[in-house]
Structures are given as C-alpha cells and as structure tokens.
Design a protein around this ligand. Structure first.
Ligand code: SF4
Ligand code: SF4
Length: 714
C-alpha cells in the first residue's frame, strides 16, 4: 500500500512537471507568434470542415506519396488507438494490476498489441526510407531520427510491461494477447516479486519516454502533431490563386511587404511551426530540382528558426526547456552567409532534375553565427534575394504540403518589400515592369498597337466592344496574345474558331490594359492595382458579363483576384473551357485527321491554381488522329515551364534551365507535339525543344491551334 502511495506521488510529480514544461514550451512559441500581424482566425469555419477531414483524418496529401502516406497513416491512427492503451497502462501501474473498466477488455488488449506491432513496422519502414532508400528529400542525422527512437522505445516498453504483468499476476497465455504472452513465456522462470519489479521498471521507462517525448514535441519539428491540424483548419479560405490585398491607402503603414519576420501574419507564422520537414515541397519544386538556391522547405524552416531566435530575444523568454539542459543554447543566431559557400554545386547533379545540390547549398549556408537574432536581416540574412526571385509561383510546393503551408504568399510578401520599399528587382524584371508602366506591355511596344494583330486576322472580323456592343464574350487578349508574334498565331486560331462557332465576341482593343499578373507576382502591388482598376472600369463601361482569355495568368487574376477590387457577376473562362463547351454542343466539329502524338503540359495557373485539367485534354481527345500521352509529372503534379511569377522576364543563369528539364520530361514520352494552353508555356516549350536539339522531331503547339487544324483542315 505504501509503495502504491509513493508510486502515485512520484507519478503525479513527474507527470505534473512534464506537463508544466510542455505548457511552457508551447506558450513561449505562442508568444513569438503573437509578434506577427493580426489575422482574423474566425473566418468561414464551416467551409473548412471538408478539407480538414480529408487532410487530417484521410491524410489525403500524404497519400500523394503512397508508401510514405501509408506509413504515416499507420502512425497517425496507431497513436490515436494507443492513447487508450497508455491510459490503461497508467491505471495498471497506479492500481497494481487493475485496468480500465472496458467491455470486451481482452479484445481491447488484442487491438493494442496488434497496433503496437503495426506501429513498430511503420517505424522500421520510416527508418528504411531515411537510411536504406536514402530519399534525397529526407534529412538524416540524430535530430530527424530521434522520434523513431522515442516511438520504438514506447512500443517496446509497452510490450515488456504487459509481459511482466502476465508473469507477476499469473495470467495464462492467451491468443488475445499473442505478443505479451510470447514474451511472458520467456520470462516464466521469474519469481512473482522479480516480475513485479520488472513490471514497474518497464512501466516507469514507458512513462518517462512518453513524458520526455511530450516535452520534446513543441521544441522540434514534431510540434506539427499539434500545429498541423490547427494550421489546416485555419487555412486561408480564399481561392488558392488569390494573393492578399495590400491597403496602399493606409497612411499609417510604415512599410509594405515583409522586411522583418514580424511583418508576416500570425497565420503565416503558424505555417513555420507546422512544418514537419518532410521535404515534399522541395522535391516538387522546379527551382530546387534545377539547381537554384531556393528550397521551399528550407524557406519555411529558416523562417521558423529566425522567428524562434528573434522571438526569444524580443520576449526574453528562451524557447528551450528545461533550461538546465540547454545552457548556452541561446547564444548566437542562425544566418545565411552566402559568401561562405560557392553557388549550388550543380555539376554533381544526376538525372533530369535533382534536388540534392540545392539541399547541399542550403545545409552549408544556414548556420549559427556569432550574431544577435535581432540584428539578422530577414532579406539577405535569412532568405537571399536569389532565393526570392527564383520562385516561379507554380504552387507545386503548396499542393504537396501535408500540413497546409503556403509558400507563395510569403515569397510575394518578401518581393513586395524589395520592390515597394527598396526598389530592388532583377534587371530583366525591372525592364518588364517599366515597360508595363509606360506602354502597358512588357516589351515596351506602343500601347496603340495592342490591337495591331487584328489587321492580320484574315477574313475573321474582330470587332471592338464599341463596334459590337451586343457581344456575349469579351475576348481579353492579354499582352502575350496581342504583341508576341508566336502567341498571335494562337490568338488568330482562337478567333477563327469563335467565328466558326458563331460566338458573339468583341475585344477592348487599345482600351485593354495588361492584366497585372506579372507586376503582382513580382511584388509591384501598386502597378497591379492601377491596371486592375483601369480594366475593371472598362469592363463596367461596356457592360461585360463574360470574359474569355487564352492566357491562364490573366485568367487567374481576372477570375480570382479582380473580385477583391470590385469585379462582380462576371464569368471568366479560359479558351479551352469555352472551346470544350463549343465542341460538346456541336458548334465546332473537329473533322480533319491530325496525326500527332501529343503530350500535354499542364500550365500551373490553369491546373494547380484553377483545377482546369480536363478541358484541354477533352479537346485533344476530340481531335481525330491525335494520340494523347501523359508525362510522369502531370495534372496536379505537373512541373512548371519556368515562366511563372515573372520569371519569364528574368535571366536564368544558375543550374539547369527549367524549361529544358520540362522538355526532357516531355521527350521521354516520344511525342511529335508538345501541347499546351498557355502562351508562356508555349514560349518556354518552343525554346526548350530547341535547347534540347529536338526541334526536328517535336514541335510546341497550343491546343487551340491543333483544334483549328482539325476543324478547318489546314
Ligand atoms: S511556388 Fe514553385 S518555384 Fe516557388 S517555391 Fe513553390 S514549388 Fe518552388
Ligand atoms: S513546408 Fe510542408 S511539404 Fe515542405 S517540408 Fe514543411 S511540411 Fe513538408
């Protein structure tokens, strides 16, 4: 009896202390998070429920990598089931052999033992993925592996505790306790008191590992166990392609964009603490895969390290507990010293894409320095300008992320600060921006020549909204469609198809402005808002109700971003969506055979941003003679062409060209045509085919061009 009281008091003291440390570690991180900009966490909870259930309980994102996904599924549900087992084990130790008063307790015991075995198998497989298969995206070393030891320790101590209990209390072997019965058979020679001692040693071992894990969780990437579900629940409810609106009229604002870590919102900061460092984002990133310095995982991890260190300095509260175990941990601060490491060692790369050189650069450049965290600059000290400008805003990272992190909004916030506060951006981007400011197009061609392409539209009449006020669709031609000679061919093919189908359409002509997508992705919110306001004014003036465009970037910004600035009740379509409708309704008849093997490249702004995957494929399938094939990376996981996020206008000097990598992926399918539905992709594919020396065997075509060939037979 006395032992039980001592045991209970010890249990209460140790458990209470562990929970206190856990609470302290969580609270301190919460206090750092509060340094961020306020965020309305209460918005539209009901709409979040479905994605929350799918991603947290269905582990939908994790299952994109089936093997790792199943492993994580076992761990996730295993841990939920084992919570009841842990409770039962505590009752056993405190009561000296009792248990939870559950019906069918033996079946409960069997479920626990089988779950323990499944979790052990999952831990073994996780170790194999990291150290056997050596997946490049997974970090190796003691820190990333410590959780595997924790979990294995917990599982083994459960089984040993149960086995010692059987010997101590004289329970016969049972088929409903196969593992503990088996181990107990090996311990049968022990006396009752020795078995009891063994029970309590293992019971305490289990408890101590469990409590140590509890304290460790918020101080490590395993904080995601708590933060990931919260992060998924609190995800921005806006459409994915919509960047946040900057209030440029706010006279009280001292700065725009993110120039310090505190300039991020509290939700963006929650992303930092939700990251589990799984590397799925980096694995999919076209920049990381082609030898640029940017790695979306490291972007998040570096921001987290910086926030923790700077938060600790500002609040004077150390993130590390218990303090006696972390003497000296608060000295120095992480920072990038890019000059200390040469560029990404791309010459070591293998295959079409390879993330390892970028990972090596990240690992070598992010180190603790003899510096104060409050003195480390966000731009330059934590994230370099090279990293910031390397992003194509393709959202492949976000689409892969199992904890709902968003990378693009952070990168654009960093760009906004560089552009709006410091006037810094790469020369090519600067030129494009100035040209858009002056002439409304990135080349600086005359704004009065925006409708110049109509002079060469053959016998198709292309009316302006003034000439044809009774139009049904406004054809928003976009800068590429209006000025770029190659894209003009797509524009002409499209208007020819519209005329053939009898669609009443009109253009704004020289009253059309650049959509603003490029300035916005480059961080120039001011220019974007001006262009957006001018376009909306024109739409209102001419009573526009439906818009169609051949440019997925314009499509995305018109459809998802203009509503933030007052565009209401206007349907926005991509040309493939409208053409698909016209073919289905019989208004367009693809009747001539087009003997081509077509591999379709998904535009990020059409696919991942707007979920338009089927319309272009339907059109290709409708063309007689076309054999549609797919690349390994297609649809949601399609790799970017390298032109998004304003990259179209910048030099690509390091690593391998993204469009070359994408073309090599396309050429693996032996196509005669690389099909696309975006003028930026078309340009990149055409350049890529030449770079790959494959222009003799494959050509790049827009889906509308192929359809026109089939409809008109020329
Ligand atoms: S948006 Fe694309 S390029 Fe940018 S970090 Fe994510 S995956 Fe990489
Ligand atoms: S940001 Fe998301 S995908 Fe990237 S490492 Fe973190 S959890 Fe994984």
């Amino acid at each position: 009896m006395a032992w039980r009281i001592v045991n209970l008091l010890l249990f209460l003291a140790v458990t209470g202390y562990a929970f206190y440390l856990f609470g302290l570690a969580v609270y301190r991180r919460y206090s750092y998070l509060r340094l961020g900009q306020p965020y309305d966490f209460r918005r539209r909870h009901r709409e979040r429920l479905r994605s929350f259930v799918g991603e947290v309980f269905g582990q939908r994102k994790l299952l994109k990598d089936r093997k790792s996904g199943i492993m994580h599924l076992v761990l996730f549900y295993g841990f939920i089931i084992l919570q009841f087992g842990a409770l039962d084990l505590i009752v056993k130790g405190l009561t000296g052999g009792g248990h939870l008063p559950l019906p069918a307790y033996d079946v409960f015991g069997l479920l626990q033992e089988l779950t323990v075995l499944a979790v052990l198998a999952a831990v073994g497989y996780a170790a194999f993925r990291r150290y056997g298969e050596k997946l490049p995206r997974l970090k190796r070393g003691w820190k990333p592996s410590v959780v595997l030891h924790f979990i294995a320790g917990l599982m083994v101590s459960v089984l040993l505790t149960l086995a010692f209990e059987r010997v101590w209390t004289g329970q016969p072997p049972s088929p409903l306790a196969p593992v503990s019965s088996g181990i107990a058979a090996g311990l049968a020679a022990l006396s009752e008191s020795a078995a009891k001692a063994g029970f309590y040693v293992c019971w305490w071992l289990h408890l101590l590992v469990l409590l140590a894990f509890l304290v460790y969780v918020p101080q490590s990437k395993h904080f995601h166990i708590l933060t990931a579900p919260v992060n998924i629940w609190l995800r921005r409810p806006e459409t994915v392609g919509r960047l946040s609106r900057l209030d440029l009229e706010n006279e009280a604002a001292e700065s725009f964009g993110a120039g310090t870590v505190e300039a991020f919102t509290q939700k963006q900061m929650l992303d930092f603490y939700a990251c589990v460092e799984c590397g799925r984002c980096t694995n999919a990133c076209p920049a990381s895969g082609t030898g640029k310095t940017l790695s979306p995982m490291h972007l998040i991890v570096k921001l987290r390290d910086h926030l923790t260190e700077k938060g600790a300095a500002i609040t004077s509260r150390s993130p590390w507990v218990p303090s006696f175990a972390f003497a000296g941990a608060g000295e120095g601060a992480h920072a990038v010293v890019a000059a200390e490491v040469a560029g990404v060692p791309w010459e070591t790369a293998e295959g079409i894409t390879d993330i390892r050189p970028t990972l090596a650069w990240q690992q070598a450049s992010w180190k603790k320095r003899d510096a104060l965290a409050t003195e480390v600059e966000l731009i330059g000290g934590v994230v370099t300008e090279d990293e910031i400008w390397a992003c194509t805003t393709c959202r492949n990272c976000e689409d892969q992320c199992p904890v709902g992190n968003e990378h693009v909004d952070k990168i654009v916030d960093l760009r906004r600060h560089l552009v709006l506060m410091q006037g810094r951006l790469p020369p090519g981007a600067q030129r494009a921006m100035q040209n858009i400011e002056r002439q409304g197009n990135p080349w600086g061609l005359s704004r009065n020549e925006r409708d110049g392409w109509t002079r060469d539209s053959g016998d198709v009449r292309v009316p302006t909204v003034r000439e044809e006020p009774d139009f049904e669709y406004l054809f928003f031609v976009g800068s590429m469609g209006s000025y770029d000679p190659r894209t003009r061919k797509v524009t002409r093919a499209f208007v020819r198809l519209l005329a053939e189908a009898g669609v009443r359409f009109a253009i704004l002509g020289n009253e059309e402005r650049n959509s603003g997508d490029t300035p916005r992705r480059l961080g120039n919110e001011l220019l974007f808002q001006q262009l957006c306001a001018e376009n909306i004014a024109a739409f209102r003036k001419y009573g526009v109700r439906r818009i169609v465009t051949i440019d997925p970037h314009a499509y995305n910004t018109l459809k998802n971003e203009y509503p933030d600035f007052g565009l209401e009740g206007v349907e926005v379509l991509h040309h493939t969506e409208l053409l698909d409708r016209l073919v289905r309704s019989g208004r367009l008849k693809p009747r001539h055979v087009v003997n081509e093997r077509v591999v379709y490249h998904d535009s990020c702004y059409l696919g991942r941003y707007n979920n338009v995957y089927d319309a272009p494929r339907n059109l290709l399938r409708a063309i007689p003679g076309v054999e549609l094939v797919e690349m390994k990376r297609n649809r949601e996981n399609g790799m970017c062409c390298g032109a998004g996020g304003g990259r179209m206008w910048m030099e690509e000097t390091s690593g391998k060209r993204v469009n070359l990598a994408r073309i090599e992926q396309a050429l693996e399918t032996s196509p005669t045509v690389i099909g696309s539905a975006c003028p930026y992709c078309l340009t990149m594919m055409e350049d890529g085919v030449k770079l790959a020396g494959a222009d003799e065997r494959a050509k790049a075509r827009d889906v509308a061009e192929l359809l026109a060939q089939s409809v008109f037979g020329d």
